[in-house]
Design a protein around this ligand. Sequence first.
Ligand code: NDP
Length: 315
Amino acid sequence: MKAIQVFETGGPEKLTYGDRETPAPAKGQALVKLAASGVNYIDVYHRTGLYPLPSPFTPGMEGAGTVEALGEEVTGLEIGQKVAYAMSIGSYAEYAVVPATQLVPVPTGLSLEQAAGVMLQGMTAHYLSHSTWKLEAGQTCVIHACGGGVGLLLTQIAKMRGATVIGTTSSAPGSAKYERAVKAGVDVISNYEDFAAKGVDVVYDSVGATTFEASLNSLRPRGLMVTYGNASGPVPDISPLKLSQKGSLFLTRPSLGPYIATREELLWRSGDLFRWLTEGSLLLHIEKTYPMADAAEAHRDLESRKTSGKLLLKN
Ligand code: NDP
């Protein structure tokens, strides 16, 4: 099969397109013929080595397609069934083996592109707003990079829950990214230079190094700082005393895996997203679909901050 492989970590040019043996599903796994694969920032961290993986590897943590073959002891799945998943490595390829417990059925009315595009960023937005901090009407949150993939989805879900959203973006008023954030429902939108929020309940910070301090300063006493990404680099070590000095703050550094660790949570989060998309109450913006061979270009675009919403790869 055709696939992207990373033989050594580094820049986008390390995403090598070529032939690779098609994997066979082991016990408990299914082989999925991928119709679309999502590009996510975590793929950049794998490629650069910030999140280390043994080489060589095929990147990509998200996809949707049809079940091609089943390993032993898999129940509840059929050959030809439409499925989607997140957080299993290897989706930059024609086929991927995925633990059967991580696959969710794609309902009628939803395309495989939409399903591939919403799983990882959407379930992240879901757990951040429903579990890490249960947003409620009357609360205020900060969402950094509100015009990005997670940002646009998290903003819409925060608004569904009745919260006020203060969002940041580097894009200027009138640009497509800025206007998309406004359409998603951001109440107060600012760039990172002029950004100053005060007394908010929770900050969702995916930018990391450059925004961390200002994010802490935005919180009310006993508010929650959620640092969930490193788009500008990882946050340096901090002393717990700082949290005390700034008003008995809480700090968490979550990742999606533990929030979809049970089948029940996985089906809850993906089920909500699929339903909202089908009803039209959640909009997924697919910015661009690249041929698989152009994965490096997709990474360059994502890292250059010019994209908004979802990037997909197709075979
Ligand atoms: P985005 O589409 O949000 O792209 C990143 C955005 O961050 C850019 O578009 C840019 O928006 C903003 N940004 C701010 N500073 C920088 C910088 N120095 N370099 C590059 N971008 C910058 O990507 P995703 O939605 O895929 O992911 C967003 C973040 O969320 C990532 O850090 C990712 O790792 C994290 N994440 C974490 C998960 C978790 O469970 N912990 C799961 C999923 C994602 P602008 O130009 O408007 O500032």
